[in-house]
Design a protein around this ligand. Structure first.
Ligand SMILES: Cc1cc2nc3c(=O)[nH]c(=O)nc-3n(C[C@H](O)[C@H](O)[C@H](O)COP(=O)(O)O)c2cc1C
Ligand code: SF4
Ligand code: SF4
Length: 203
């Protein structure tokens, strides 16, 4: 997998789920379809008065989820910024040209309430359940940094092999210490729960 293919897949999915946090730290999620992909940068449209726009302005953190029929999840985490005033019309026109139905949603002058946000620095987690073992990959775009999650095996490992026998994806290799293949790990924690010396740690 690679970033460009992930972006293409998000484009094919079309309507994506966008999650933000509100002023109380509560999760908020909604469908968004008015998205333009310019290379790896996403431009998307909403209306200034919506809670969505207010949450993006106040906080900016956004997580986007797309799911394909091949049992793939593409999860994008980043920060949205409002496009500068002098570029608003340009990107709005691009989005309306690609998605003419928007003219029915905001006909004529009413589209002046629209505002365009962009996301250019983000990480992507690609997760696919249709392979055996499963596939998980991370990518970073722009200034974003990948935050590790899941499990690793520390030097406390005594090489008993129990973790291998309980791993549902057979993604632990023998060694000193044993090693988890992160690209195939479910992050289920079964190895950690069964290690007799608690050598398996969470990142
Ligand atoms: C298929 C579909 C696509 C949508 N696309 C957008 C969109 O591109 N931009 C937008 O602001 N709202 C879009 N909406 C509406 C939002 O999902 C949501 O209802 C609205 O923005 C209110 O969310 P909020 O209360 O969190 O602001 C779409 C709704 C549907 C059903
Ligand atoms: S169960 Fe724990 S000690 Fe045994 S091989 Fe796995 S990590 Fe090492
Ligand atoms: S977290 Fe689950 S899938 Fe990953 S190595 Fe441990 S047992 Fe295997």
């Amino acid at each position: 997998m690679d970033i460009e293919t992930c972006i293409k897949k998000l484009g094919y999915v079309g309507v994506l789920d966008f999650a933000t946090v509100d002023e109380n730290g509560a999760p908020q999620i909604r469908n968004i379809s008015a998205i333009h992909y310019e290379g790896t940068t996403l431009y998307f449209l909403t209306a200034r008065g919506k809670p969505f726009a207010r949450q993006l302005k106040a906080d900016g953190r956004v997580q986007i989820l797309g799911y394909t029929k091949y049992k793939e999840t593409i999860r994008l985490s980043g920060r949205a910024i409002e496009v500068p005033e002098d570029e608003q019309i340009k990107w709005r026109d691009v989005i309306y040209a690609e998605q003419p139905y928007l003219e029915n949603v905001y006909p004529g002058e009413t589209k002046n309430i629209d505002t365009i946000f962009m996301i250019k620095d983000y990480t992507i987690e690609y997760f696919c359940l249709s392979t055996r073992p499963i596939t998980r990959e991370y990518f970073a775009v722009g200034d974003a940094e990948i935050k590790k999650k899941g499990y690793y095996i520390s030097e406390d490992c005594v090489g008993c092999g129990t973790c291998q026998t309980v791993c549902p994806q057979n993604c632990i290799e023998e060694g000193s210490p044993f090693v988890i293949d992160e690209n195939h790990c479910l992050q289920c924690g079964n190895c950690a729960e069964n290690c007799p010396v608690e050598a398996i740690r969470r990142y």
